[in-house]
Design a protein around this ligand. Structure first.
Ligand code: UDP
Length: 576
C-alpha cells in the first residue's frame, strides 16, 4: 500500500491554487453540515480504491492496481472524467460523463427521455439527443386530430428541465441537440440560437450527410422528408441551407455540424445500430442508451529533457485503459437499460490533455507541419497502445459481448472495448492538472476564467515556466501582456518563442481544423475541439472552416467567434 501522509503533502505541493479551489468547491466530499471532509490525496485514494476493487473479480493483484491508479492521479498524469472523481465510492456512484438517449415520435418516448435526462444530469452526466425522428411542426396528430408542435418546441422543455435540475450545483447540465439536415423543421433549428434566451443548455448540431455536402458543392437542391410518413415535403437549395448554417454559426456559435456518414462508416458496431447523436461536446458518438466514461492523459507530464518519454506514455496508456475498463464494472448506472447497453459494448474514451503545453516544452509551434506531425505521432502511439491493452484485457477477462458482431472481430483475436479513444474538452480536468485543455492551443498567456460564478485569474503555467527557464520572465513583462494575453507585440522576444506562444485567436482557423483532423485520424470515437475565431471573423471564415472539416474527414465541427455570446467561459485580460 501507499503512505497516505507522504502522498498528501506531495499532492498539496503539486496542485495549483486554482486547482485546489476547484477541488474544494466541487469535488471533495462534504459531511452532513456541508463542510469539506476530505483532502485531495484522500480523494485520489477513494477513487483508486473503488475502481481497483473490480480487479478482485478477475483474480488480479488488487493492491498493486490500487497503487498504480493512485499514483497516476496523484502525479496528475492521468485523470478520469469529473463524475468519477466526484462520485466513486459514494452512495450515488455514477461515474460517466457521456450519454445518448433516444427520442421517438410519441409523447410517451419524449417524456420518458425527459425523465431519464433529469436523472443523468442529477448524477453529473451530460446527454445527447437526436430529435430527427419527431414529426415536423404542423403535422397531423392522429389520436387527437390535433397539430404537432415539432422538435423545437419539445427541445425547449428539455432545456427548461435542465435549468431546474442544475445538477445539485456541482455541474451544469449540458446537452447536445441534433437535427438531420433533411428534417422539414431544419431552418427553424438552424436559427434557434438567434434568440439568446433560447436553448441555453444545448449545443446544436446539424446532422449532415455526404449527399448533402455534395449537393452544397455542386449547387443542387435536396429533399426534406417527413420522418413519420417518409414522404418528401419540399426541396431546398443545399447551398442556401449551408449559408444559413454558417451565418448563424458566425453570429451565435451555433449550430455546428455532425458528419453522420463519416461517424457511421467508422463505427465498429454498424450491424447493431446507426448513430444519430453524440454527447454534449461532440467527442463521443453513441447509440441510444449507451454511456461512455472518459479519462485523459496529461501530455505535458510525458516530456523528459526536451523529448517525449515514450515508455512513460505507454505505461500511462496501459494504466488508463485498465482504469476506464474497471469503471464500467464499478459504475452505478442511472437506468437499467443504460447499464445493459453500456456493458454490451464497453466503450471507453482514453484521451489527452496538455497537448499545447507539451508542444511548448518540446519547443514546437502548434500551427505548423511539425506541430501536426507531432500530434499524429503521439495519438497513433496512444491508439496502438490502447488497442493492445484492450486486446490483452479481452484475452484475460473476455471480449465485450457484441465483439463477434463488430467489425473489430476481423482484425483482433479479442477486444475488451468497442472503442478505446476520445479527445475530451477537459474543461475542469485541465484546471486540476494545471495544464492546457485537451488539444487546444493556449487560449491566452494570461486570462480570467469563469467557473460556476467564480472568476479566476491565471498566468499560463507553462508560459511562466518556459519564460523563467529562458530568462525572459519579468513582472514588467507580465504586466505588459496582462491586458492582451499575447506576446505578439512584445519587443525583445525571439521570433521562435513568439511562435511557440501563439494563442488560440492568433492561430489561423485552418490550423485549428488541421489539428483536429490529425487527432481524429487516430481516434475511434471523436475529438472535442473548438475552432476559436477572433471577433472580426466573417461568415466566409466559418464556411471555410466547416468545409475543410468535412474534407479532412472530421466527425463534426464547432467554431466560436470571440465575444459572440454575452457570457463566455474564457475571457482575455486581467481581472482588474
Ligand atoms: N459535461 C457535462 N457538464 C459540464 C461539463 C461536461 O455534462 O458542465 C459532460 C459532457 O458530456 C462533456 C463531457 O462531460 O462532453 C466531458 O467534458 P469535459 O472533458 O470538459 O469534463 P471534465 O471531466 O473536465 O469535467
Amino acid at each position: 500500500g501507499f503512505c497516505m501522509d507522504k502522498g498528501n503533502s506531495t499532492i498539496e505541493s503539486r496542485l495549483s491554487a486554482n486547482g485546489k479551489t476547484l477541488l474544494e468547491k466541487r469535488y471533495l466530499l462534504r459531511d452532513a453540515e456541508g463542510k469539506v471532509a476530505e483532502e485531495p490525496g484522500e480523494l485520489f485514494a477513494r477513487v483508486a480504491k473503488t475502481i481497483a476493487r473490480v480487479d478482485s473479480r478477475y483474480g488480479y493483484d488488487v493492491e498493486k492496481t490500487e497503487d498504480d491508479f493512485y499514483q497516476v492521479m496523484a502525479d496528475l498524469e492521468f485523470l478520469p472524467n469529473s463524475p468519477t472523481l466526484m462520485n466513486a465510492g459514494t452512495e450515488l456512484g455514477q461515474l460517466s460523463a457521456c450519454f445518448v438517449l433516444p427520442v421517438e415520435d410519441s409523447l410517451k418516448s419524449i417524456f420518458k427521455s425527459l425523465q431519464d435526462m433529469s436523472l443523468i444530469h442529477q448524477s453529473g452526466g451530460g446527454t445527447g439527443f437526436s430529435f430527427s425522428n419527431l414529426r415536423p411542426k404542423g403535422d397531423i396528430v392522429g389520436s387527437t386530430n390535433g397539430v404537432a408542435s415539432g422538435p423545437l418546441s419539445f427541445m425547449t422543455i428539455f432545456d427548461k428541465a435542465t435549468d431546474v435540475i442544475k445538477q445539485g450545483g456541482r455541474r451544469r447540465g449540458a446537452n447536445m441537440g441534433v437535427l438531420r439536415v433533411d428534417h422539414p423543421d431544419i431552418i427553424e433549428f438552424i436559427r434557434a440560437k438567434e434568440d439568446e434566451e433560447l436553448l441555453r443548455n444545448f449545443n446544436l448540431s446539424v446532422g449532415v450527410t455526404d449527399e448533402f455536402m455534395e449537393a452544397v458543392s455542386q449547387d443542387r437542391d435536396y429533399a426534406l422528408i417527413n420522418p413519420r410518413t417518409g414522404k418528401i415535403e419540399k426541396r431546398l437549395k443545399a447551398k442556401d441551407v449551408f449559408d444559413r448554417i454558417v451565418t448563424c454559426a458566425c453570429r451565435t456559435g451555433d449550430p455546428g455540424l455532425l458528419f453522420l456518414d463519416e461517424i457511421n462508416r467508422r463505427h465498429p458496431l454498424s450491424t447493431i445500430g446507426t448513430i444519430e447523436s453524440t454527447n454534449p461536446c461532440g467527442e463521443v458518438p453513441l447509440l441510444p442508451y449507451e454511456s461512455c466514461n472518459l479519462g485523459s492523459i496529461n501530455l505535458a507530464q510525458m516530456v523528459k529533457e526536451g523529448a517525449i518519454d515514450w515508455e512513460k506514455l505507454k505505461q500511462t496508456v496501459h494504466t488508463g485503459v485498465h482504469f476506464l475498463d474497471n469503471v464500467i464494472d464499478a459504475n452505478k448506472y442511472p437506468l437499467p437499460q443504460i447499464g445493459q447497453r453500456t456493458k454490451q459494448n464497453r466503450k471507453i474514451g482514453l484521451g489527452v490533455m496538455g497537448f499545447a503545453a507539451m508542444l511548448a516544452r518540446l519547443g514546437i509551434p502548434y500551427d505548423c507541419r511539425e506541430g501536426i506531425a507531432t500530434a499524429e505521432k503521439v495519438m497513433k502511439f496512444t491508439q496502438d497502445e490502447s488497442v493492445q491493452k484492450s486486446v490483452e484485457l479481452g484475452e484475460q477477462r473476455g471480449s465485450f459481448p457484441n465483439f463477434h458482431r463488430s467489425a473489430l472481430a476481423r482484425d483482433y483475436p479479442a477486444m475488451r472495448n468497442a472503442t478505446v479513444n476520445t479527445v475530451a474538452p477537459t474543461g475542469s480536468l485541465s484546471i486540476i492538472a494545471n495544464t492546457t485543455s485537451g488539444i487546444e492551443p493556449m487560449f491566452a498567456l494570461t486570462y480570467r476564467r469563469n467557473v460556476m460564478g467564480t472568476r479566476l485569474t491565471e498566468i499560463d503555467p507553462v508560459f511562466e515556466e518556459i519564460a523563467r527557464k529562458h530568462g525572459f520572465y519579468s513582472s514588467q513583462l507580465m504586466e505588459e501582456i496582462a491586458g492582451t494575453g499575447s506576446l505578439q507585440t512584445s519587443p525583445n522576444i525571439p521570433e521562435q518563442t513568439r511562435r511557440i506562444f501563439a494563442t488560440a485567436l492568433e492561430i489561423q482557423p485552418r490550423w485549428h481544423v488541421r489539428m483536429q483532423a490529425a487527432f481524429q485520424k487516430h481516434v475511434d470515437n471523436a475529438v472535442a475541439k473548438t475552432v476559436n475565431l477572433p471577433h472580426e471573423a466573417t461568415v466566409e471564415d466559418f464556411r471555410e472552416v466547416y468545409m475543410l472539416a468535412y474534407r479532412l474527414k472530421c466527425k463534426g465541427i464547432a467554431a466560436y467567434r470571440y465575444g459572440s455570446k454575452a457570457e463566455q467561459v474564457l475571457e482575455i485580460g486581467n481581472a482588474g
